[in-house]
Design a protein around this ligand. Structure first.
Ligand code: GLC
Ligand code: MG
Length: 248
């Protein structure tokens, strides 16, 4: 490969899920890194749950980790998340008031403590309940002048985040920090929290063949030659996409 790229990938059910293809992709990525490319993982998981996954899957240490659905950016895994980024997230956000509003909804089942943070409040929510809970919750939060966004993924996970935090805005921050143009950037994902990666701008995108309905329907509604929907699942789909775009 001639030109360095910024490769930004989700982990669960995107990079992770097919160890054989994952190892093959690792080889390609590590080689690309030698000529200036950078690899960024962008996950919904907290740092702790990322580290758990790293013991189970063949993950190498990335150049940067975007954790907790874009609310925490780590340039080193043994240091605190980027402070400049966290400061941007405080506008219009008040975690205690967000939690007070969510307490009115018995269908919202809190996720593990490790997945809650100062900038991310996460629940499990069934698809049936989501139909009426999501609009009502959004209305109530906005009535409180809270600047939030709701991200619902995989018919199960609800993340309430500050208005300016998601995988897409974190990608833009990281891309500009590392000095890559959108055209030199590839984003990869499978579910609702990845939509912001694909919606960020003119980056190239690979959607794995096993993507969730919410990402597939977003893709159908926002057609662009920049995005490739792979047939293969997980890392095999990423290898297929890299080939489609002529990188390998
Ligand atoms: C990961 C996180 C969880 C989040 C989900 C969807 O599973 O651990 O907190 O809700 O991604 O973003
Ligand atoms: Mg995923």
């Amino acid at each position: 490969m001639v030109e360095p790229i910024l490769f930004v990938t989700d982990l669960d059910h995107t990079l992770v899920g097919d160890d054989f293809a994952h190892e093959q992709l690792n080889e390609w990525l590590l080689q690309a890194r030698e000529t200036g490319s950078k690899v960024v993982y962008s996950t919904g998981r907290s740092l702790i749950r990322y580290q758990e996954l790293a013991t189970e899957a063949p993950l190498f240490e990335p150049d940067l980790l975007i954790a907790s659905v874009g609310t925490a950016i780590y340039s080193r895994l043994d240091e605190l998340p980027n402070v400049e980024w966290q400061q941007k997230l405080t506008a219009g956000w008040d975690v205690d008031r967000v939690m007070a509003v969510t307490a009115h909804f018995s269908d919202l089942v809190p996720q593990a403590d490790s997945e809650q943070s100062a900038f991310k409040v996460s629940f499990f929510l069934t698809e049936e309940a989501a139909i009426w809970v999501l609009p009502q919750l959004e209305t109530l939060l906005k009535q409180q002048n809270l600047e939030i966004q709701l991200i619902y993924s995989s018919g199960r996970d609800l993340d309430i985040l500050p208005r300016h935090a998601n995988k897409g805005s974190a990608l833009t921050f990281v891309r500009q920090t590392l000095g890559f143009a959108p055209e030199q950037t590839i984003v990869c994902g499978d579910s609702g929290n990845d939509i912001a990666l694909f919606a960020a701008g003119s980056e190239l995108g690979i959607i794995v063949g096993n993507a969730q309905p919410e990402l597939l329907s977003w893709h159908r509604d926002h057609p662009t030659p920049n995005h490739y929907l792979a047939k293969a699942h997980c890392a095999a789909g990423l290898l297929e996409g890299l080939q489609y775009f002529g990188f390998r």
